[in-house]
Ligand binder design. Structure first.
Ligand code: ZN
Ligand code: MN
Length: 131
């Protein structure tokens, strides 16, 4: 019974994440999941998110703002983070094989992949500045 409750929580956390495109932190997921599970703790949400990462069902992003962000889209793709508001957008551009080849020149190991984050100011913040 306990097991069942835990997996229902995990399913709910996963579908909550899958429904959003904003790469939320554990705190943000916690805030929305609490409506359905009023007794759930932030620790439980965090544990379930990390379990889903370990299972390969979701992805964890480390963008350098000190918080873990989560992404239900596990396919390889780039991200763009706004240095003003901290939002994270998907960049649906092609993964650069040239970057792997370039990096390959500097190691006798075998480069298999890379993760790149782009930084700047998002469209919304740009609009606010110019208005
Ligand atoms: Zn912004
Ligand atoms: Mn993403």
């Amino acid at each position: 019974m306990k097991q069942l409750k835990y997996s229902r929580q995990r399913e709910c956390i996963k579908s909550c994440l899958a429904a959003r495109r904003d790469h939320p932190t554990a705190d943000a997921i916690y805030a929305s999941i609490r409506e359905e599970f009023p007794n759930i703790s932030l620790g439980t949400v965090y544990r379930n998110l990390n379990l889903l990462v370990d299972l390969g069902e979701i992805r964890k992003l480390h963008c350098g703002d000190g918080a873990d962000h989560f992404d239900a889209d596990t396919s390889p793709h780039y991200h763009f983070m706004c240095r003003e508001c901290g939002c994270i957008e998907d960049l649906p551009m092609e993964i650069s094989q040239e970057t792997n080849q370039l990096a390959q020149k500097y190691t006798d190991g075998k480069i298999e992949s890379h993760i790149t984050y782009f930084y700047g100011i998002c469209g919304n913040c740009l609009k606010k500045k110019s208005s």
